[in-house]
Ligand binder design. Structure first.
Ligand SMILES: [Zn+2]
Length: 274
């Protein structure tokens, strides 16, 4: 008897717009075919997915439309879920990262790593919109490109000339939210020191996964060769999973930390007893 069990997960769609045909062709239809194949062979398989519902772009969209982030994710979660159902893609669960089960699971991950001393903290100065009363991601600062004079360059990139920028380089920077000139404000965040895991990641990926697609393997190799840096796992934001430690009021888990845990919390929601 074959007792092997298979869990198939698909990239969680970001709930600030509908899924398009490229998503379906690239991810969801191939996975659905694989799941059907396993089931026809009598395998024990679960097919798990769900909406990725946190992060800054959803809060920006809500602000633009004069509604709440919850309204945005409620709308697109339904649109995306209905698209999958309509196309005959049958997940065992299509969950969401705004669920209570997910908040609990993501908090547990953070708390365990925090208790084991896996994070470092760092105080830094970040751009802040004094009118909208919120910290600004680089993407939400616009100004004139110092290289080509494009008046609509972003704080991370000029899309006209392709230059990579930092907000400091923009001429006449302003907040995309309110139009106000951003100010610098001190804030403290928790960081995952990725460089501590570099050796293990090198072996596991560069030696162990040569079968990855060439472009993916090449991208990861270039990051490893460039040296990994500590990466913040928290953000100053009012939309997301609250950072579950004292002194972290007004901060949430950064979406890149919280969303991948969605694969686990959606599975947990499907199988609460096991
Ligand atoms: Zn430019």
């Amino acid at each position: 008897m074959n007792t092997k069990r298979t869990l198939v997960t698909c990239a969680l769609p970001y709930a600030n717009g509908p899924v398009h045909i490229g998503h379906l062709a690239g991810v969801y239809v191939p996975a659905d075919i694989y799941v059907r194949y396993l089931r026809m062979r009598g395998r024990d398989v679960l097919y798990v997915c769900g909406s990725d519902e946190h992060g800054v772009p959803i809060t920006i969209k809500a602000r633009e439309q004069g509604c709440t982030p919850q309204d945005i994710v409620d709308r697109y979660h339904k649109v995306i879920k209905d698209s999958f159902t309509g196309l005959g893609i049958n997940f065992d669960i299509y969950g969401r990262t705004s669920s209570a089960v997910h908040a609990e699971g993501a908090s547990e991950f953070f708390r365990k790593m925090y208790d084991e001393g896996k994070f470092t903290t760092r105080e830094s100065e970040q751009y802040y919109d004094p009118e909208a009363k919120t910290f600004l991601a680089d993407r939400y600062i616009v100004g004139t490109c110092p290289k080509c004079g494009n008046p609509g360059a972003y704080g991370d990139q000029c899309e006209k000339c392709g230059s990579t920028l930092s907000p400091e380089e923009l001429i006449d920077p302003r907040s995309k939210l309110s139009g106000a000139a951003p100010i610098k404000k001190k804030t403290t965040h928790w960081y995952l020191p990725l460089q501590d895991y570099e050796q293990w990641l090198r072996e596991w990926i560069l030696d162990g996964h040569k079968e990855w697609r060439t472009n993916v393997y090449g991208q990861v190799k270039s990051w490893l060769d460039g040296g990994l840096q500590p990466r913040a796992v928290t953000r100053d934001l009012d939309w997301g999973v609250p950072v579950p430690v004292e002194g972290a009021e007004g901060k949430v888990l950064y979406v890149w930390f919280d969303a991948p845990i969605g694969y686990i919390s959606n599975t947990r929601e499907l199988l609460p007893q096991s």
